[in-house]
Design a protein around this ligand. Structure first.
Ligand code: 13P
Ligand code: SF4
Length: 323
């Protein structure tokens, strides 16, 4: 019997970039899909997406879309959050291995043991964690709303914060609240070199230093402004300064250079001058994998109903309380 070659079983990846872009656009229409991208994605993915944002904005966008399919160009916890918020939709992640060290640093069984040592604590988890950790939390936060949400918790409540120790320390300082913090960290934000930052400051004395709160304390102390990726972008657009040293994953520089092309942006290398300031997980997604996932309608985010429903409650609470 002759083998049947179907569109689904024998995908021919368009070779030229323009063909690939056209094929993605056609599939996006055919599938009624929306492409959401985080600022740390490759510029070519950002350029073809329908919406680019930080974790909070992407979660909001996912929950409000009319599309049948959400293609999440980001990392697993972001796509998982979209699935929790929109269980009836198909959520695709171009590369299922796009994880996050913060989520990996906080296994749910270990977290349950940690939590049991602190009874009567209100548990706030950074969105960079697995659904199983979210399900054990009272409230989810992102780097954009963490301080505001912590400030809304009644002062008589003890707070447990997971999984980023750098964000936890920064939120503690900003809010004046004592937090018991799970000791996780992001490999990318822990890699920035203080020495390289100081050298850049000497070379560009007029530049403002803007940093993500996942960075270590010594770098945050050298910064003029600290905020989520969207807040950094907004600051770069609205500040009268013409030059910025940006202490976060350099994917964000693409939007900064697009929005304010007359300004100058410098990224900070990792310790020993390595290029490990790029998130290896975010960068697993490529234009080709984006096309493939829209073509094959996989890899899909699949979740067990109970887990999904338990993780939804603290995310919903965040969206209600978030400014
Ligand atoms: P934002 O919420 O600021 O976009 O941060 C997400 C993230 O993973 C930073 O490393
Ligand atoms: Fe996770 Fe760090 Fe990558 Fe953000 S930059 S997705 S926190 S590993």
């Amino acid at each position: 019997m002759a083998a049947v070659s179907t569109e689904e079983t024998a995908p021919q990846v368009p070779r030229r970039k323009e063909e690939l872009q056209e094929a993605i656009n056609n599939l996006r229409q055919k599938r009624n899909a929306i492409i959401l991208a985080h600022y740390y994605q490759d510029p070519e993915i950002q350029d073809i997406s329908d919406y680019i944002g930080d974790s909070l904005e992407l979660a909001r966008k996912a929950s409000g879309t009319n599309a049948d399919v959400i293609v999440f160009c980001g990392v697993h916890f972001m796509a998982e959050t979209a699935k929790i918020l929109c269980p009836e939709k198909i959520v695709l992640l171009p590369d299922l291995d796009a994880g996050c060290t913060l989520a990996d640093d906080c296994p749910s069984e270990e977290f349950a043991k940690f939590k049991s040592k602190y009874p009567n604590h209100y548990v706030v988890s950074y969105i960079n964690c697995t659904a199983a950790v979210k399900a054990q939390s009272d409230l989810i936060c992102t780097s954009s709303n963490a301080v505001s949400l912590i400030n809304q918790i009644p002062p008589n409540k003890n707070i447990l914060f997971a999984p980023d120790r750098n964000l936890g320390r920064w939120v503690q300082k900003q809010s004046g609240r004592k937090l018991t913090v799970w000791p996780g960290s992001c490999i990318v934000h822990e890699t920035f070199s203080e020495e390289a930052l100081i050298k850049l400051k000497i070379k560009h004395p007029k530049a403002e230093v803007i940093a993500h709160p996942e960075c270590q304390e010594n770098l945050l102390e050298l910064s003029d402004f600290i905020g989520s990726t969207s807040k950094l972008l907004n600051y770069a657009e609205t500040s009268p300064s013409e030059e910025f040293i940006v202490v976060t994953e350099p994917g964000i520089l693409h939007q900064m250079r697009t929005k304010v092309p007359h300004k100058k942006f410098f990224d900070v290398p990792g310790i020993d001058g390595c290029s490990c300031n790029s998130c290896p997980y975010m960068r697993l997604n490529t234009l080709e994998k984006l096309w493939k996932c829209l073509h094959n309608m996989e890899p899909k985010i699949e979740m067990e109903k109970n887990l999904r429903e338990s993780a939804l409650l603290p995310i919903k609470r965040m969206l209600e309380l978030s400014p």
